[in-house]
Design a protein around this ligand. Sequence first.
Ligand code: HEM
Ligand SMILES: [Zn+2]
Length: 181
Amino acid sequence: MQGSIYTIFSEMVIEKLGISAWNELLDKVKPNSEGIYTNSMQYEDSEIMSFVAELSTLTQIDPPTLVRTFGEYLFIHLLNRSPANLSHIDNLKDFLICIEGVIHKEVKRVYPDSYLPSFKFDEKPNGDLIMFYQSKRKLCHLSEGLISGAAQHFKQAIVIKHPECMHDGAKKCKLVISFKD
Ligand code: HEM
Ligand SMILES: [Zn+2]
C-alpha cells in the first residue's frame, strides 16, 4: 500500500487518540519502515492490516468499523492530493463512476508501482448505483468509508448496503448506493 495512505492513517490516530497511541501501535506492530513513510513509495499491505488489528485491540472497536472510519477520514486527504483534475465534477454519482477510469487511472499513470482496486458499475432504474468492488486487499469497508466521505463532500445524503462480501466468500463485494434527496 502506498506510503501516503500510511501517513494519513498515522495522522488520524494522532489527531483522534494522541501521539502516545501512535507510539504504542508502532511498538506493537514494529513496521520495517519504523513508522516513517514516503508518500510515493509502496509498503507491505500486511503492515496496515497489523495496525488495524492493534488499533482494534486498543480501542475495542471492530476492524470493519475502524477501516470504514479511516476511509471517511481519508477521502478529503486523497482528494486534495489527486493528480487528476476533478473540478468539473459537481455531483456524487458522476464522481463515483469516474473513480476507476479517471482518478485511479491517473494515480496508476503517475505511480506505476501502485495497485488499485477494480470497480464495475450498474445503474438501477430507481437511481441506485451498484458498485462491484474487487481487490486482493479486500478493503471493501475502506470503500464504504471513502464513499461516505465523498457523499459529505458533495452534500449528498446516501444509504450504503453491502449485501455480498468477499469476507463472506463472494468473488466481489456488491455495494448498493441509494441517493436521498
Ligand atoms: C469515493 C472515492 C474513492 C473510492 C471508493 C476509492 C477506493 C479505494 C480503495 C478501496 C483503495 C484501497 C486499495 C484496494 O482496495 O486495493 C484505494 C486506494 C487508493 N486510492 Fe482510491 N478511492 C477513492 C478516491 C480516491 C481519490 C480521490 C484519490 C486521489 C488521488 C485516490 C487515490 C488512491 C490511492 C493513491 C490509493 C493507494 C494505491 C496504492 O496503495 O498503491 N482514491 N482507493
Ligand atoms: Zn465486502
